[in-house]
Design a protein. Sequence first.
Lengths: 423, 533
Amino acid sequence: MFRIFSILILILLIKFSFSQIGFYYPYFPYEPDESTEWKWQVSAFANEASNSNAFTNEFFNTANKSKFLNKELINTQIENMNDFVLAGQIRNIGVGAKINSKKNKGNKYLYLGIEHRRYLDIYLDDDLIELLLLGNKPFAGETLKATDSKYYSIYFNQLKGGMGYRFGTSEAIRHLTWNLALNIGQNYDYIEVQNSTLYTDPDGDFLDVTASANTKLSDTVWAEVYQMNGLGLSADVEYSYTKPGDFHFDLNLKNLGFIFWNGDTFIGEIDTSFVFDGVGVDTTSSQSDNLPDDYSYKSLRRILFKDPESSSFTTGLPVSLRFSAGKYFASNQFYAGLNGTYYPFFNAKFMFEFFATWNYKNKLYLTPVVLYSSYAKVNYGLCLGVNIHKKVRIHVGSGYLNSMFNKNELLGKGGFVRLTFIN
Amino acid sequence: MNQNAKVVCFLFLIIVTFFGCQKERPHPSWNVDLLAPLLIDTVTIFDIISDTLIEENPDNSITFVFDKKLYEVNVDSLVMLPDTLFSWSFSLQYLPNPIPLEPGDTIIEEIFDWPLDFESFHIEGMELENAVIRSGEIIFEVLDQSESDLLCVFGINSAVRYEADTFMIAEKVPAGQNIDETYDFSEYRLDLRGSEGIEYNMLNYYLALIVHPDEQGTIYLNPADSFAINIYFENIVIDYAKGYFGQNSFNFGPELYDFSLFDDLEISGFSMKDATVFLRIENNYGVEGLFKIMELLAINSNTNETVPLQGEMVDSNLFIDRAVQTGNGFQIIEPFIQTYDFSNSNFTEMIEIMPDKFSYTIQIQSNIFGDSTNHDNFFYYDEPIRVFMEAEVTQGVKIEGMFIEKRETWNGEGVKLDNITEGHLILIFKNGFPFSFDMNLFLENETMETIDTLLYDAFITGAQPDADQKVEEPAETRISIVLTDNLKKSIKEAKYGYYELLFNSIDDEYVKIYSDYIMELKINGDFQFIIEQ
């Protein structure tokens, strides 16, 4: 029974969010009066987005704030569910500096930066979610199935260094930038449950279990952001083509690399079928061999995955391919376009963003955006850019203004902020 | 601070702020309704009744097997030594003149054989060659009717202990007085064949009367002086004896003998439909004879019920042959064992009163063939004649009020019950026995004091046998216990689980028992559990 319970609670450790806003500010990529006569630029940024096709904002917020999920909230949540639950979160925080070339100002620059990234990607069967949230008793006499459920979480820091090139003519400006990053991994959690079933006898006399699951953890404890449980390398490449006053296009490949995890790793696998009808009474030993001391993540994991390995392993990073394209109108007074991001290794694989920016005298940029993604829902919001004396740029915005303040809406919350100083 | 430095500081502040937003893994909590088995235990017939009492047959049926000692023949009654070894007196009345003697001079010194006088003690035909004394004493009386102190030395040359310790004593006898001393005589090995080694019942003695060395100067023995010496056995228990024990008839009893049908089991009533009964006599004596049961009475001293054994073999002579000494150190005796069929007796009636004692009166006639063994009769104190009852109950039994109790260690410290907000423990008894049970179940602390009562006088239904007298479907009893805060606390603190079970045959009928009968005890949890991460 406790192995079942372990599965249940282990999966409950999932949390939910998703984001799509990258380091690159896409809503007005070309500024007509942009100068190449700068010495350096320093930019700090943070963005986060959380999404789900099933969880509501209220449910997510309550869980994320470690509060109690009451029955009403759970029941409402379950009523909103589809055949599967998709949820995710992307969070990026960082600071970077561009240092202009003295000889070839504006056309060549050095980039240095430090960034923190977190990705969460979850796919759960509805049976599994209901089991997790309600317990097995409401399903006594039924067979619950979890045919394919995955939980993926990673966070790591990056020390980045790279070069940027600007070339072309005044009619067609091209940019090519590349970065190499030293990745310092903090945490990697992966759990996959496949073709697992649970049948509860109507009187609770036995549980018939088929369990197939595997897990890989970088460390058995939740690492702090300054800790190091793995090292790796990665590269970012970005190419853009801009025809001033006409259109812009760019392509960005990010996080093409890996991390080699060598902390207190945990690799486990279970593939078993059994009927559990109670723990045998053993008078010669402590009950603790059979009953968990507690129901913590660590304890349940130990029970569920027997004979785990603790060897180093390598994982790829959550690589993303992003494109952005837009058209300038009315002498650069308007810019409208489409941003798209593709995450080949995620369950929530894509996100599209339609936008239109109004440029007020190259000092103020106002951008309504409409989002559509793998979560199969439409979100919209507003972004704002401000140029102050060509020295300071402020970009803030959110694509979730329609949902993030409504607790009953499907989870969709997030936003970005970036401050840039130019000297 | 210049402008550039301010910018860098500002950005650094932002980074720190952002990084500070990195949260720990969320720890939400919520209630789930769980329904699951928790503990399971299985009770078989072998957990209830000692496997020394039951045997499993090829068809899985159970035979109750009773192999109980009914009584032992008292060895002291079979072979005894006469109380008096000898009485010896010595008078100087015919002495013409006083005789002067110096301190240390010997008045008399004798080494002589002297027989044990069995016949005076009405022990007929006893011809002992060897004996070992298990316990007992020798009483040594000396009377000195002279004017000088004497040293009286007495020994039994044919009584040796620890291979080299010959029985020898020396006592001062004051002038004109008598002494009465007692000496331990245990573990002495007696050679009763006399100094020539060809006699029976004969011990070899040493006796000396000596003027006590502490006397001052010359003393005189006068015609009026006399001496007397008496040697007695007291409380002698023989550990081993060999020889010819004679043709005798011994009557034993009536004597009471404690009896327990079910060791370590309390039971109010036990009856059986039918039984095969044998009386097994195990003769460890090197003596053949006739064994006659005059009376065997089953007694329940609580109810004062008595049932005498009745059957054709009661009051009949049963021949028992002699045992043989093997010379093997591990099994020095090969007993004669004879089994007599008492199945036609009223044994089942005797057992039905649940006797706690047996009273027996028996008669044994020894050596009915005379000295057929050529003086090779023997006995060992620890190996008497034993009488056993062997009974096999293959048919149904009726059990009434059989009580068993069991205490299991329990460690509840690791059981996380705090997270259960409300619910029940459901005790499920799947009883495959044709017995009903009354059950008490307690939780106890380390000093075995009850800290909580889970069940009291709970009735557990017995399974109903089918037409073939075999149970096919167990009877199920479910008992729900509310999981209160107090009970949760008790479960965590308990060190022992203690239960009492009172068995009764279902419908008060004879029931046949099979080894594959089990009672499954299961505890299911039906509760609301708060999940906290």
